[in-house]
Design a protein around this ligand. Structure first.
Ligand code: ZN
Ligand code: ZN
Length: 97
């Protein structure tokens, strides 16, 4: 017989399956994280340095994997629009004189 961990919904208090991602009664989503290696489940905060049970690091801690900010480049048509607008303004200015 395998020993099964018990999971209690902290919102309504009913026992839910260990694999449940949300409470079947109240619909609350559980924030617990499950280690894919050893199956240990716990608060997400306890997994910041990897699995507290086996040390398996499923995902890098939040904030560390932040991609570098990408330099935004304007599309070519923006320059074309600006230049044609300047030419138009120049032409109007010349014709007004
Ligand atoms: Zn519940
Ligand atoms: Zn683990």
């Amino acid at each position: 017989m395998t020993k099964k961990a018990r999971f209690i919904c902290d919102n309504c208090g009913i026992e839910v399956g260990a694999s449940e991602k949300r409470c079947p009664k109240c619909g609350r989503y559980f924030s617990s994280v499950r280690c894919p290696k050893c199956g240990f489940a716990g608060e997400e905060a306890s997994f910041t340095n990897g699995c507290p049970s086996c040390g398996y690091s499923a995902a890098p801690p939040r904030g560390a994997a932040k991609p570098p900010p990408q330099k935004e480049e304007l599309p070519l048509w923006v320059y074309a629009l600006v230049i044609s607008g300047m030419i138009l303004a120049l032409v109007l200015l010349l014709f007004n004189n």
